[in-house]
Design a protein around this ligand. Structure first.
Ligand code: DGL
Length: 267
């Protein structure tokens, strides 16, 4: 099936998911929407993020997406069910694949989850862990300052280490043996997070999302087996430094991007 895979995020951080999907599905066309005009999602209300996420999905569906990937953890936490209800195409979020991976690698009964305030307070991870049937104790911690620190490029910086200590020391005291990085931006801080948390298991869901998506496409007979896939990047605002920040996530030069406006969508 030659239609593209649609991937959306509140901004540019979801390009890490694009990178992971591209790695396992080199022949697929990808259209990516980053809602940079309304970033951040992680500090806003559930209602606002459901509405924004429906509009993001509509944009991708209007451009012919055959499958939608919610690369934004905040959106996936609160809007996945509503998106599945409103659209007929298959949708995958970033929460479950990470949960399943964490359950595979965790050895003791304690798993830590870090994310934006919206993600952590939504309770989406607790619900997902419960539904996946784990007995593990889940310890959540919102780390809202991590997002602006990554956008600033302070990946290896004294201020970031200080903030990380402040947020993560309680998790360290809780003796978790696995930490789920429940936000697009956090894998870039892994080095700093490791200096506080030490040698435990770290789960970044993006690789898992790529392999689950590949498996689903195969099962649904929706793969694209024609030539090399393209990536088109749409952003709702070309804000300052967006290219520099985007390349930090994508790990390569950012090409083929344009600014778009989203149509409103009634819930
Ligand atoms: N993409 C968001 C997430 O993964 C982080 C940035 C934001 O708050 O919008 O939760």
């Amino acid at each position: 099936m030659e239609s593209p895979i649609g991937i959306f995020d509140s901004g540019i951080g979801g390009l890490t998911v694009v990178k992971a999907v591209r790695k396992v599905l080199p022949k697929e066309d990808i259209i990516y929407l980053g809602d940079t005009a309304r970033l951040p999602y992680g500090t806003k209300s559930i209602d606002a993020i459901i509405q924004f996420s429906l509009e993001d999905t509509q944009f991708l569906v209007d451009r012919g997406a055959k499958y939608v990937v919610i690369a934004c953890y905040s959106s996936a936490s609160v809007a996945l069910d509503m998106i599945r209800k409103e659209f007929s195409i298959p949708v995958i979020g970033v929460i479950r694949p990470g949960v399943r991976r964490a359950m595979q690698v965790a050895k003791t009964g304690k798993i830590g989850v870090i994310g934006t305030s919206l993600t952590v307070y939504s309770g989406a991870y607790e619900k997902a862990f419960k539904e996946e049937g784990t007995q593990a104790e889940i310890v959540g911690k919102a780390c809202p300052l991590f997002v602006p620190l990554v956008e600033e490029g302070w990946l290896d910086h004294e201020v970031t280490r200080l903030v990380a200590r402040e947020y993560l020391e309680p998790l360290k005291k809780d003796n978790i043996d696995t930490l789920l990085l429940g936000c697009t931006h956090y894998p870039l801080l892994l080095g700093t997070i490791r200096t506080v948390m030490g040698d435990i298991n770290y789960v970044d869901a993006s690789a898992e999302v790529g392999s689950e998506l590949a498996k689903n496409l195969r099962e649904l007979d929706m793969e694209n087996n024609r030539g090399a896939g393209s990536t088109a990047i749409y952003l709702t605002d070309l804000s300052m430094n967006y290219k520099e920040i985007g390349e930090r996530f994508l790990g390569e030069p950012m090409k083929n991007f344009s600014r778009v406006s989203l149509k409103g969508r009634a819930k």
